[in-house]
Design a protein around this ligand. Sequence first.
Ligand code: ATP
Length: 355
Amino acid sequence: MAKIALEHIKHSYSTQLSGPQEWALKEVDTVWADGGAYALLGPSGCGKTTLLNIISGLIIPSQGRVLFDDSDVTSTPTIDRHIAQVFQFPVVYDTMTVYDNLAFPLRNRGVAEDKISARVREIARMLELEGLLHRRASGLTADGKQKISLGRGLVRENVNVIMFDEPLTVIDPHLKWLLRSKLKELHQQVGATMIYVTHDQTEALTFADWVVVMYDGTVVQIGTPVELFEHPQHTFVGHFIGSPGMNVLPCEVSDGTVRLFGNKIDTASSLLPDPDKGTIEIGVRPEFVRFDAEGFLVEIIKVDDLGRYQIVEARHEDHTIKMIAGEDVEIPSESPRITFDPHNTRLYADGWVVD
Ligand code: ATP
């Protein structure tokens, strides 16, 4: 297990740099704790795989350093980094038994057979594969095979980090939640530093103690699921996490007041941004929007009744505002007006929270 420090990492796949768009990773500077469960979350193309490959040693970054427990491994080959990886598609030898598949990474490293047997049985127990140990892998379902891949990732002791790259892609939706919670449980049992790459917020939030949210080649926020929900540092985090995501609306700041659609509003931000510098917006999650006769007028576009709550889509001029209303909330049929909870309404300047 290791603490991982990424010091001012930048990476470009091109050797000819002509502009900022050439950077696949623009700047990543962060430390991940020994034994932590991290999820790397972001949309396609934001740089997740590039960062993972830099940690595993498949890519040497154009700039910056990678440290495992304070020792510089930036140019250390993958094999010497002592990491385990689980990929999107199961990496399983079909002709071998489940036991031999799990034993393979240990046999490769010359571990004694009695130790292998104990460790394989321990991992098989964790993954509920004990009854299948002597079956050939070829007869297993996709999720059974992916469990073996997970087991192969977990079986070596003393690895610095175990990395999972979208490991549930091939798993049936109804089995995904089973493996997801199993992985969380395994982290608690194994205690290794784990990095889980995904673009699925549910997977990230279920698995990780800390979610690393990436956007456009940078890490925009590292936080617990609760922090990401309650204090999004960037409008992207607010929008990407949550269902529906945070409402982001343009506003004006003048004479020490914030105005939204011409109405003065209160926010949780104690500072006001310089109105001449960049785009200023407010962010408020649908959970903190409510009907209020003192609020501003909206038109109701759609109401989705999800049983325990309703998702209301409202519009003011060209702007869509989503709200989550309790099942017992009556949707006003005439002149509906809404307000935002000021404690959960924040100002953002050029996407970044003003704090
Ligand atoms: P996905 O979820 O689709 O795998 P990602 O978040 O992992 O995306 P990366 O694969 O790291 O993103 O890609 C980051 C950027 O680098 C993208 O713009 C991508 O087109 C570019 N890129 C990735 N691999 C290469 C490569 N081998 N050569 C050139 N550009 C690349």
